[in-house]
Design a protein around this ligand. Structure first.
Ligand code: MLT
Length: 353
């Protein structure tokens, strides 16, 4: 079944068939990266523009390598090398780029909703490469592909996601997709990272050992200091004392558990080095799978037959989410606005046992 969407803005609301179609397409592209000559003509003559307003190592390189392996032309812009430094708004930058008829724009931005904002105004496919604390769909897809490869399925698995759930776009995208595909999600972190409204997403606990017990998959998250407006825990030492994934904690999970981390890792804070580099870690497989996932996304979106709508550029109008500042003022570069944190102080619960 063909992929039913024009953009990839997030995984919330993407149905089972579309998720499976993305994963199957990605799986079929993996073999290209194992060839001696890693290039196919699939996107020859297509142009992909990437626009990154936040730092990135993996995601940006991965999109570029994916586009080039498919023979697309790839133009990479960042806030420091574009006219943003001269005060241009995101919308003006994107409208100018869209007028050059790219076949897809890959956007990373600190404002949640920035990709939706562009998608509502530009004809060309928009791919969300991470928008504030909102979503990071290609990261979650590569996580799903990695889990499915190692476990042979997603349905029925228990996936423990540990850390800064509140500020993590990786956690959000994963929760939506894992639940759609029938996995059971457990969320683990201090109370300040797990406000009551997130309990609707899955089981929650503040105890790492309880949370990883019998889990099939453990996904560790970085503390998103750049997305926090204040201190959510007393000290990094205290955080790592309670929430760092050590070999002892891994021993409580299923014997064939796999450990994921989206990177960048803070060794010794959320994950011990011997776990990150140990036999259960599939972190490098995630990076490898990122290429296949982004090849699949580009293939499904940039390769659609072009219509007049692809060239249309709409006049700027006010819209939802981050729309106003994106349309009328310089870019919001400050921290994104996740749901309001709970009023309770950042006290970490004592670890049981
Ligand atoms: C992200 O862009 O959100 C990363 O992949 C995860 C992180 O920054 O910790």
């Amino acid at each position: 079944m063909p992929f039913a969407h024009r953009h990839l803005l997030g995984l919330e609301g993407i149905g089972r068939e579309d998720l499976l179609s993305l994963l199957d397409t990605a799986a079929s592209f993996k073999e290209i990266s194992q060839r001696d000559i890693k290039k196919v003509p699939t996107l020859r003559g297509k142009t992909v523009v990437s626009l990154f307003y936040e730092p990135s190592t993996r995601t940006r390189a991965s999109f570029e390598i994916a586009a080039k392996r498919m023979s697309a032309d790839f133009v990479s812009l960042s806030s420091s090398t574009s006219s943003v430094t001269k005060g241009e708004t995101l919308l003006d930058t994107a409208r100018n780029l869209a007028a050059m008829a790219p076949d897809a724009i890959v956007l990373r931005h600190s404002a949640p909703g920035a990709p939706q904002f562009l998608a509502a105004r530009l004809g060309c496919p928009i791919i969300n490469a991470g928008d504030g604390a909102h979503e990071h769909p290609t990261q979650a897809l590569l996580d799903l592909l990695t889990i499915r490869e190692h476990k042979g399925r997603l349905h029925g698995l228990t996936v423990a996601i540990v850390g800064d759930i509140l500020h993590s776009r990786v956690a959000r995208s994963n929760v939506f997709a894992l639940r759609t595909l029938g996995a059971k999600v457990r969320l683990i972190g201090p109370p300040t990272f797990l406000p009551p409204e997130l309990r609707a997403w899955g089981e929650t606990t503040h105890d790492l050992h309880e949370g990883v017990r019998d889990a099939d998959v453990v996904m560790m998250l970085r503390i998103q200091l750049e997305r926090q407006g204040k201190n959510f825990f007393p000290s990094v030492d205290e955080y790592s004392h309670y929430f760092c994934l050590t070999e002892r904690a891994v021993g409580l999970a299923n014997p064939d558990v796999i450990i994921l981390h989206p990177g960048p890792m803070n060794r010794g804070v959320e994950i011990a080095s011997d776990v990150a580099d140990g036999p259960y870690s599939v972190i490098m497989d995630q990076v490898t799978n990122g290429i296949a996932v982004r090849m699949a996304v580009l293939y499904l979106l940039a390769n659609r037959p072009r219509t007049k709508a692809d060239l249309d550029v709409e006049a700027p109008t006010a819209g939802p989410l981050a729309a106003r500042s994106l349309a009328t003022g310089p870019l919001a570069t400050g921290p994104a606005s996740p749901p309001a944190p709970p009023a309770r102080p950042a006290r970490l619960r004592r670890r049981a046992g």
